[in-house]
Design a protein around this ligand. Structure first.
Ligand SMILES: [Zn+2]
Ligand SMILES: [Zn+2]
Length: 327
Protein backbone atom coordinates (compact mmCIF):
# COMPACT_ATOMS: atom_id res chain seq x y z
CA UNK A 1 0.00 0.00 0.00
CA UNK A 2 1.29 3.41 -0.94
CA UNK A 3 2.27 5.54 1.95
CA UNK A 4 0.18 8.64 2.51
CA UNK A 5 1.84 11.72 1.07
CA UNK A 6 0.75 14.82 2.96
CA UNK A 7 0.73 17.85 0.68
CA UNK A 8 -0.40 20.03 3.56
CA UNK A 9 1.17 18.92 6.85
CA UNK A 10 -0.96 16.64 9.03
CA UNK A 11 1.03 17.54 12.12
CA UNK A 12 1.91 20.90 13.63
CA UNK A 13 -0.35 23.84 14.44
CA UNK A 14 -2.14 26.18 12.06
CA UNK A 15 -1.64 29.92 12.39
CA UNK A 16 -3.60 32.67 10.63
CA UNK A 17 -1.37 35.28 9.02
CA UNK A 18 -1.66 38.62 7.25
CA UNK A 19 1.55 38.85 5.24
CA UNK A 20 1.07 42.33 3.76
CA UNK A 21 0.37 45.29 6.03
CA UNK A 22 0.97 49.05 6.18
CA UNK A 23 1.10 51.13 9.34
CA UNK A 24 1.87 54.72 10.36
CA UNK A 25 5.52 53.87 9.60
CA UNK A 26 4.47 54.54 5.95
CA UNK A 27 0.97 55.37 4.67
CA UNK A 28 -1.19 53.18 6.91
CA UNK A 29 -3.53 54.77 9.44
CA UNK A 30 -2.96 52.38 12.36
CA UNK A 31 0.15 52.13 14.50
CA UNK A 32 1.89 48.73 14.58
CA UNK A 33 0.49 48.24 18.10
CA UNK A 34 -3.07 48.96 16.89
CA UNK A 35 -2.60 46.52 14.01
CA UNK A 36 -1.46 43.80 16.39
CA UNK A 37 -4.44 44.40 18.72
CA UNK A 38 -7.01 44.39 15.88
CA UNK A 39 -5.61 41.27 14.17
CA UNK A 40 -5.29 39.36 17.43
CA UNK A 41 -8.94 40.13 18.16
CA UNK A 42 -9.85 38.62 14.77
CA UNK A 43 -7.98 35.39 15.49
CA UNK A 44 -4.66 36.08 13.75
CA UNK A 45 -1.34 34.96 15.22
CA UNK A 46 1.04 36.38 12.58
CA UNK A 47 1.36 39.77 10.87
CA UNK A 48 4.18 40.71 8.51
CA UNK A 49 4.87 44.44 8.72
CA UNK A 50 5.68 45.51 5.15
CA UNK A 51 5.69 49.29 5.12
CA UNK A 52 6.59 51.04 1.86
CA UNK A 53 10.36 51.39 1.44
CA UNK A 54 10.89 51.37 5.21
CA UNK A 55 12.33 48.33 6.86
CA UNK A 56 11.41 48.67 10.51
CA UNK A 57 11.41 45.65 12.78
CA UNK A 58 8.64 45.30 15.32
CA UNK A 59 10.09 42.31 17.12
CA UNK A 60 8.99 43.75 20.47
CA UNK A 61 5.39 43.03 19.42
CA UNK A 62 6.04 39.28 19.35
CA UNK A 63 4.86 37.31 22.36
CA UNK A 64 3.69 33.76 23.08
CA UNK A 65 0.49 34.33 21.05
CA UNK A 66 1.77 36.56 18.25
CA UNK A 67 4.67 36.77 15.81
CA UNK A 68 5.56 40.07 14.13
CA UNK A 69 7.49 39.32 10.92
CA UNK A 70 9.93 41.99 9.79
CA UNK A 71 9.51 43.00 6.17
CA UNK A 72 9.33 45.82 3.67
CA UNK A 73 7.44 46.54 0.44
CA UNK A 74 9.66 47.93 -2.29
CA UNK A 75 8.40 49.53 -5.50
CA UNK A 76 10.14 50.06 -8.83
CA UNK A 77 8.23 52.16 -11.32
CA UNK A 78 8.01 52.88 -15.01
CA UNK A 79 9.11 56.30 -16.17
CA UNK A 80 6.36 58.03 -18.08
CA UNK A 81 7.21 61.72 -18.18
CA UNK A 82 4.13 63.91 -18.13
CA UNK A 83 1.80 61.12 -17.05
CA UNK A 84 0.33 60.47 -13.67
CA UNK A 85 2.30 57.90 -11.70
CA UNK A 86 -0.90 56.00 -10.98
CA UNK A 87 -1.24 55.16 -14.70
CA UNK A 88 2.23 53.68 -14.98
CA UNK A 89 3.30 50.10 -14.42
CA UNK A 90 5.11 49.22 -11.24
CA UNK A 91 6.80 46.30 -9.56
CA UNK A 92 5.82 45.94 -5.92
CA UNK A 93 7.64 43.24 -3.99
CA UNK A 94 7.36 42.22 -0.39
CA UNK A 95 10.57 41.14 1.26
CA UNK A 96 10.35 39.06 4.43
CA UNK A 97 13.38 38.94 6.67
CA UNK A 98 14.37 35.35 7.49
CA UNK A 99 16.90 36.44 10.10
CA UNK A 100 16.05 39.78 11.71
CA UNK A 101 18.84 39.46 14.29
CA UNK A 102 21.47 39.94 11.62
CA UNK A 103 22.56 43.36 10.32
CA UNK A 104 19.29 45.28 10.95
CA UNK A 105 20.89 48.70 10.28
CA UNK A 106 22.44 47.55 7.03
CA UNK A 107 19.13 46.11 5.89
CA UNK A 108 17.33 49.37 6.61
CA UNK A 109 19.82 51.17 4.33
CA UNK A 110 19.58 48.64 1.50
CA UNK A 111 15.80 48.73 1.27
CA UNK A 112 15.71 51.78 -0.98
CA UNK A 113 15.61 50.39 -4.53
CA UNK A 114 15.87 52.63 -7.59
CA UNK A 115 12.32 53.99 -7.65
CA UNK A 116 12.34 54.77 -11.38
CA UNK A 117 13.81 51.55 -12.71
CA UNK A 118 11.00 49.41 -14.10
CA UNK A 119 13.20 46.81 -15.70
CA UNK A 120 12.97 43.11 -14.91
CA UNK A 121 16.77 42.64 -15.05
CA UNK A 122 17.16 45.39 -12.48
CA UNK A 123 14.37 43.90 -10.34
CA UNK A 124 16.10 40.50 -10.48
CA UNK A 125 19.41 41.98 -9.40
CA UNK A 126 17.64 43.72 -6.53
CA UNK A 127 15.94 40.45 -5.44
CA UNK A 128 19.40 38.82 -5.47
CA UNK A 129 20.88 41.58 -3.36
CA UNK A 130 18.07 41.31 -0.84
CA UNK A 131 18.44 37.51 -0.75
CA UNK A 132 22.08 37.97 0.31
CA UNK A 133 20.80 40.00 3.25
CA UNK A 134 18.42 37.18 4.21
CA UNK A 135 15.16 38.31 2.60
CA UNK A 136 12.73 36.10 0.68
CA UNK A 137 10.76 37.87 -2.05
CA UNK A 138 7.06 37.87 -2.95
CA UNK A 139 5.70 39.50 -6.13
CA UNK A 140 2.61 41.52 -5.25
CA UNK A 141 -0.71 42.32 -6.97
CA UNK A 142 0.17 41.95 -10.69
CA UNK A 143 -3.24 43.17 -11.90
CA UNK A 144 -3.26 46.36 -9.79
CA UNK A 145 0.30 46.99 -11.05
CA UNK A 146 -1.05 47.02 -14.65
CA UNK A 147 1.33 44.18 -15.46
CA UNK A 148 1.07 41.71 -18.31
CA UNK A 149 2.80 38.36 -18.57
CA UNK A 150 5.83 40.06 -20.18
CA UNK A 151 6.54 41.84 -16.94
CA UNK A 152 6.24 38.97 -14.49
CA UNK A 153 7.53 35.93 -16.38
CA UNK A 154 11.16 37.16 -16.40
CA UNK A 155 11.20 37.52 -12.59
CA UNK A 156 13.66 35.24 -10.83
CA UNK A 157 14.34 34.33 -7.24
CA UNK A 158 10.76 34.70 -6.00
CA UNK A 159 9.56 32.32 -3.31
CA UNK A 160 5.92 33.38 -3.83
CA UNK A 161 3.48 35.75 -5.48
CA UNK A 162 0.18 37.12 -4.28
CA UNK A 163 -2.82 35.30 -5.69
CA UNK A 164 -5.18 37.53 -3.70
CA UNK A 165 -4.70 41.05 -2.37
CA UNK A 166 -7.72 42.34 -0.48
CA UNK A 167 -6.83 46.05 -0.67
CA UNK A 168 -6.49 45.80 -4.47
CA UNK A 169 -9.80 43.93 -4.70
CA UNK A 170 -11.57 46.78 -2.91
CA UNK A 171 -9.65 49.38 -4.93
CA UNK A 172 -10.68 48.20 -8.40
CA UNK A 173 -11.53 44.48 -8.36
CA UNK A 174 -7.82 44.01 -9.04
CA UNK A 175 -7.25 41.57 -6.20
CA UNK A 176 -7.72 37.98 -7.36
CA UNK A 177 -5.15 36.87 -9.95
CA UNK A 178 -5.18 33.08 -10.38
CA UNK A 179 -4.39 33.46 -14.08
CA UNK A 180 -1.10 35.20 -13.35
CA UNK A 181 -0.19 32.38 -10.96
CA UNK A 182 -1.10 29.78 -13.60
CA UNK A 183 1.03 31.56 -16.18
CA UNK A 184 4.02 31.45 -13.84
CA UNK A 185 3.47 27.73 -13.22
CA UNK A 186 3.03 26.91 -16.91
CA UNK A 187 6.33 28.66 -17.55
CA UNK A 188 7.93 26.28 -15.07
CA UNK A 189 8.29 28.68 -12.13
CA UNK A 190 8.01 26.66 -8.95
CA UNK A 191 6.67 29.34 -6.68
CA UNK A 192 4.03 29.51 -3.95
CA UNK A 193 0.99 31.78 -3.72
CA UNK A 194 -0.19 33.98 -0.84
CA UNK A 195 -3.35 35.84 0.07
CA UNK A 196 -3.01 39.02 2.12
CA UNK A 197 -4.82 42.21 3.11
CA UNK A 198 -2.39 44.97 2.09
CA UNK A 199 -4.32 46.98 4.65
CA UNK A 200 -3.90 50.74 4.95
CA UNK A 201 -7.02 51.14 7.13
CA UNK A 202 -8.28 54.31 5.49
CA UNK A 203 -11.78 53.18 6.47
CA UNK A 204 -12.85 52.13 9.96
CA UNK A 205 -13.40 48.49 10.94
CA UNK A 206 -16.86 47.37 9.87
CA UNK A 207 -16.98 49.75 6.88
CA UNK A 208 -17.59 47.90 3.58
CA UNK A 209 -14.33 49.34 2.21
CA UNK A 210 -12.24 48.43 5.27
CA UNK A 211 -9.22 46.60 3.83
CA UNK A 212 -8.49 44.36 6.83
CA UNK A 213 -9.45 40.69 7.33
CA UNK A 214 -10.25 39.79 3.70
CA UNK A 215 -7.24 37.79 2.52
CA UNK A 216 -5.10 35.59 4.73
CA UNK A 217 -2.56 32.80 4.68
CA UNK A 218 -2.88 29.76 6.93
CA UNK A 219 0.58 28.59 7.97
CA UNK A 220 1.29 25.21 9.52
CA UNK A 221 4.31 25.37 11.81
CA UNK A 222 5.89 23.41 14.63
CA UNK A 223 5.50 26.32 17.00
CA UNK A 224 4.56 29.98 17.04
CA UNK A 225 8.05 31.42 16.83
CA UNK A 226 9.70 33.68 14.25
CA UNK A 227 12.04 30.93 13.04
CA UNK A 228 9.37 28.26 12.79
CA UNK A 229 6.94 30.51 10.86
CA UNK A 230 9.68 31.58 8.41
CA UNK A 231 10.72 27.96 7.84
CA UNK A 232 7.12 27.02 7.01
CA UNK A 233 6.92 29.91 4.53
CA UNK A 234 10.12 28.78 2.84
CA UNK A 235 8.90 25.17 2.69
CA UNK A 236 5.42 26.09 1.41
CA UNK A 237 3.58 24.69 4.44
CA UNK A 238 0.61 26.99 3.94
CA UNK A 239 -2.44 27.76 1.83
CA UNK A 240 -4.17 31.04 1.12
CA UNK A 241 -7.79 32.03 1.54
CA UNK A 242 -10.52 34.66 1.55
CA UNK A 243 -12.61 32.55 3.94
CA UNK A 244 -12.87 28.79 3.29
CA UNK A 245 -10.61 26.36 5.12
CA UNK A 246 -8.64 23.54 3.58
CA UNK A 247 -8.45 21.03 6.40
CA UNK A 248 -6.54 18.21 4.76
CA UNK A 249 -4.74 17.62 1.48
CA UNK A 250 -2.95 14.35 0.77
CA UNK A 251 -2.38 11.59 -1.74
CA UNK A 252 -3.18 8.02 -0.74
CA UNK A 253 -3.26 4.96 -3.01
CA UNK A 254 -3.02 7.22 -6.04
CA UNK A 255 -6.00 9.33 -4.96
CA UNK A 256 -5.89 13.00 -4.12
CA UNK A 257 -7.98 13.65 -1.01
CA UNK A 258 -9.19 17.16 -0.15
CA UNK A 259 -11.11 18.07 3.02
CA UNK A 260 -12.53 21.53 3.51
CA UNK A 261 -14.97 23.66 5.45
CA UNK A 262 -18.40 23.67 3.69
CA UNK A 263 -17.88 24.93 0.10
CA UNK A 264 -19.75 24.89 -3.23
CA UNK A 265 -16.87 23.88 -5.48
CA UNK A 266 -13.63 21.94 -5.26
CA UNK A 267 -11.43 22.17 -8.35
CA UNK A 268 -7.99 20.79 -9.15
CA UNK A 269 -6.08 22.64 -11.87
CA UNK A 270 -3.05 21.11 -13.52
CA UNK A 271 -0.60 21.76 -16.34
CA UNK A 272 -3.03 20.72 -19.09
CA UNK A 273 -6.60 21.77 -19.75
CA UNK A 274 -8.03 18.79 -17.92
CA UNK A 275 -9.48 19.76 -14.54
CA UNK A 276 -10.86 17.59 -11.74
CA UNK A 277 -13.98 18.96 -10.11
CA UNK A 278 -16.70 18.34 -7.58
CA UNK A 279 -19.58 20.82 -7.41
CA UNK A 280 -22.53 20.86 -5.03
CA UNK A 281 -26.12 21.55 -5.97
CA UNK A 282 -27.47 25.06 -5.37
CA UNK A 283 -28.05 25.52 -1.63
CA UNK A 284 -25.95 22.47 -0.79
CA UNK A 285 -22.29 22.21 0.21
CA UNK A 286 -19.32 19.83 0.03
CA UNK A 287 -16.61 19.15 2.57
CA UNK A 288 -14.59 16.48 0.78
CA UNK A 289 -13.48 15.37 -2.66
CA UNK A 290 -11.41 12.45 -3.96
CA UNK A 291 -9.79 12.29 -7.39
CA UNK A 292 -7.74 9.48 -8.94
CA UNK A 293 -4.42 10.88 -10.16
CA UNK A 294 -2.97 9.59 -13.42
CA UNK A 295 0.56 10.79 -12.67
CA UNK A 296 0.63 12.88 -15.83
CA UNK A 297 -0.90 16.01 -14.27
CA UNK A 298 2.44 17.81 -14.16
CA UNK A 299 1.46 19.97 -11.22
CA UNK A 300 -1.74 20.11 -9.24
CA UNK A 301 -3.24 22.96 -7.29
CA UNK A 302 -6.56 23.05 -5.48
CA UNK A 303 -9.09 25.88 -5.54
CA UNK A 304 -12.26 25.86 -3.47
CA UNK A 305 -15.11 28.36 -3.60
CA UNK A 306 -17.74 28.82 -0.90
CA UNK A 307 -21.34 30.01 -1.14
CA UNK A 308 -20.20 33.63 -0.56
CA UNK A 309 -17.98 33.42 -3.67
CA UNK A 310 -14.84 33.43 -1.52
CA UNK A 311 -11.92 31.31 -2.71
CA UNK A 312 -9.14 29.39 -1.02
CA UNK A 313 -6.10 28.25 -2.99
CA UNK A 314 -3.33 25.80 -2.29
CA UNK A 315 0.17 26.12 -3.61
CA UNK A 316 1.01 24.13 -6.73
CA UNK A 317 2.58 20.71 -6.15
CA UNK A 318 4.84 19.41 -8.90
CA UNK A 319 4.31 15.65 -9.06
CA UNK A 320 7.63 14.85 -10.77
CA UNK A 321 9.56 16.15 -7.78
CA UNK A 322 7.13 15.11 -5.07
CA UNK A 323 8.95 12.82 -2.58
CA UNK A 324 7.36 9.37 -2.53
CA UNK A 325 5.05 9.88 -5.50
CA UNK A 326 5.45 7.36 -8.28
CA UNK A 327 2.34 8.13 -10.36
ZN1 LIG B 1 1.83 47.33 -3.32
ZN1 LIG C 1 1.18 47.25 0.04
Amino acid sequence: MEKRINLLPAEGSWYKANLHCHTTVSDGRLTPEEVKKAYKEQGYQVVAFTDHKKYVQHLELSDSEFVALAGVEVDMNEIRPGKERIRTRMYHLNFYDTNPEEMPERKAQYCAADYWNHDSAYVNSYIKKMAKLGFIACYNHPYWSMHTVDEYLPLEGLFAMEIYNHGCELDGLYGYTPQAYEEMLRAGKKIFCLAADDNHNGYPFGHPLCDSFGGFTMICAEELTYGSIVRSLQEGSFYSSMGPEIRALYIENGNLIIKTSPVRKIYVNMRGKNCYKEVSREGDTLTEAKFALTGSEGYIRVTVKDSHARFANTNAYFLDTLPGFCG
